[in-house]
Ligand binder design. Structure first.
Ligand SMILES: *Cc1c(COP(=O)(O)O)cnc(C)c1O
Length: 362
């Protein structure tokens, strides 16, 4: 396999899923595996299912269509509201959609009627991070709207924290979500089995909750986990989660130039294409090594270079490193990635993907 590429260790993804599923099951919580970090790549989705994810979710309809076309057997959840115009596509691939707007509810119901089967929806509730979701006061009204729509089945409620403003999930918000679901159950006589408490930022909270030997303090029955499965990290702190692999993904890129050069630029200096340039400190000549990937392919701030190698800068198509020695063109350098770096790397058409185990045709 030639570089540049992302190496993907499916066994580590399966292990991370299995570990999280075991920990969450003890707390009465199912795991929905979120696949958008790898643009709905079927082998990654299959590794999540093999690890015990009971369903898969993605924010993008195109990714869910990819999963469906690959023959993935578990139910699919659309985790970002479709536009009214997208509802036909949404109900064709997703079993469950997360919703917060009346117009979308009406369009989903109309699309479900055409397909002649009830589409499941989950009401998203705004609990402080200020991204998607209706305010708690409007939940019952929206729930009524859904039951009246005719072709929708309200199966639960959910919330999403941390992604926009870093609001940390805690028992307080989970209790609010639980109380709201109790109200809706009572007012509308619905079972609401799916109480989806959030994303990978909820794992740290969930681990502090008592396991099955003690009474459950919360109403949460589901978490939607992407980053924790893929990278083994907590999105809020960036810290590794216990027992999980943090190196399932490796970026590999090749040297195109490695020359001994001064460490300080010369000539008049302004900004570069991507903004202001930090002033370089003159440390004398260094081994400056160029790799043939750049900001179009990765987020340089999210890369972890090998020990002894420093990432000095990046432009559209180059990464600039300081290496202990000069390296021959064609030599490969390997990096760890954080979630933003992974997202961009998986989205770059210039990076190949190399799976650690043979891909079984679906
Ligand atoms: C992306 C997303 C998730 C998964 O987030 P991670 O931090 O990767 O676990 C869950 N829910 C929603 C609504 C999302 O958009």
């Amino acid at each position: 396999m030639s570089s540049p590429r992302v190496e993907i260790d499916l066994d580590k993804i399966e292990h991370n899923t299995r570990t999280l599923v075991r920990l969450m099951t003890r707390r009465g919580i199912d795991v929905t595996g979120i696949t958008k970090g790898t643009v709905g790549l079927p082998p990654v989705a299959e590794a999540m299912v093999a690890g015990g994810a009971i369903r898969l979710g993605d924010s993008r309809i195109a990714n869910l269509e990819r999963l469906r076309d690959a023959g993935i057997g578990v139910p699919l959840m659309l985790t970002r509201s479709p536009t009214p115009q997208e509802c036909q596509r949404a109900v064709a691939c997703a079993a469950i959609t997360l919703v917060s707007e009346r117009e979308v509810i009406a369009a989903l119901s109309a699309a479900a009627r055409v397909r002649n089967r009830a589409h499941q929806v989950v009401i998203m509730v705004e609990l402080g991070d200020l991204r998607e979701g209706v305010l708690p006061d409007h939940v019952v009204e929206l729930a009524r709207e859904i039951t009246r729509a005719g072709h929708l089945s309200l199966v639960g409620m959910g919330t999403n924290l941390a992604c926009r403003n870093g609001v940390t999930p805690s028992l307080a918000q989970m209790t609010t979500l639980g109380e709201l679901s109790t109200t809706v159950r009572r007012e509308l006589a619905l079972p609401l089995p799916l109480i989806s408490g959030g994303n990978s930022a909820n794992v740290t909270w969930a681990l502090t909750e008592d396991d099955r030997d003690l009474p459950k303090r919360h109403a949460i029955t589901d978490l939607r986990l992407g980053e924790a499965i893929l990278l083994g990290t907590d999105p809020v702190s960036g810290n590794p989660l216990p027992g999980l692999h943090t190196d399932a993904f490796t970026l590999v890129a090749s040297v195109i130039e490695s020359l001994r050069k001064p460490s300080k630029p010369w000539g008049d200096q302004g900004r570069n294409t991507f903004g202001p340039v930090a002033e370089a400190i003159d440390v004398g000549p260094i081994n400056q090594t160029l790799l043939s990937i750049g900001r179009q392919d990765v987020d340089p701030d999210g890369l972890t270079p090998p020990a002894g190698v420093d990432l000095l800068g990046a432009s559209s198509d180059h990464l600039v490193l300081r290496t202990p020695d000069r390296l021959p063109p064609g030599a490969e350098i390997r990096f760890g990635m954080d979630y933003p770096a992974l997202l961009r790397a998986m989205t770059s058409p210039y990076l190949a993907q190399d799976f650690s185990r043979p891909r079984v045709p679906a």
